[in-house]
Design a protein around this ligand. Structure first.
Ligand SMILES: [Zn+2]
Length: 124
């Protein structure tokens, strides 16, 4: 598999042909139908770096007398909280989904929710 042009959100490879200005792939919905939207590698990188700076999962504070959770478990919970917050931001329209970065965050959120619910988008 080619390195460097793989979309970890949609588990698919980016491609570039014709007059495309960068690597991208079409975004499909839950039924595998084209949405008419594109996932751009360039935007994905922007979103990734934006998330790293501003929306890192926060550690979950322990309640009084509570046993510290193993690191992997608390990390899991922090991530869960992060995704939940993102969902709330999307619903509250704090994320501008008319912008490519916002659109991509929404797409990432839905992809995450689908994977959490263990819904298979593509046939095995
Ligand atoms: Zn993608």
């Amino acid at each position: 598999m080619a390195e460097g042009h793989y979309c970890s959100i949609h588990n698919t490879t980016f491609f570039k042909k014709g007059k495309m200005r960068g690597y991208a792939h079409p975004i499909k919905d839950e039924a595998g139908e084209d949405t008419g939207q594109w996932c751009n590698e360039e935007d994905l990188e922007k979103v990734k770096s934006g998330i790293d700076e501003t929306r890192k999962p926060k550690p979950v504070p322990l309640q009084e007398g509570e046993e510290p959770l193993p690191k992997s478990k608390s990390q899991e919970i922090a991530e869960h909280v992060w995704w939940k917050e993102m969902g709330e931001m999307l619903r509250a329209k704090d994320i501008d989904v008319t912008k490519p970065a916002g659109k991509l965050m929404r797409t990432a959120y839905y992809a995450k929710m689908l994977s959490v619910l263990d819904i298979k988008i593509e046939n095995k």
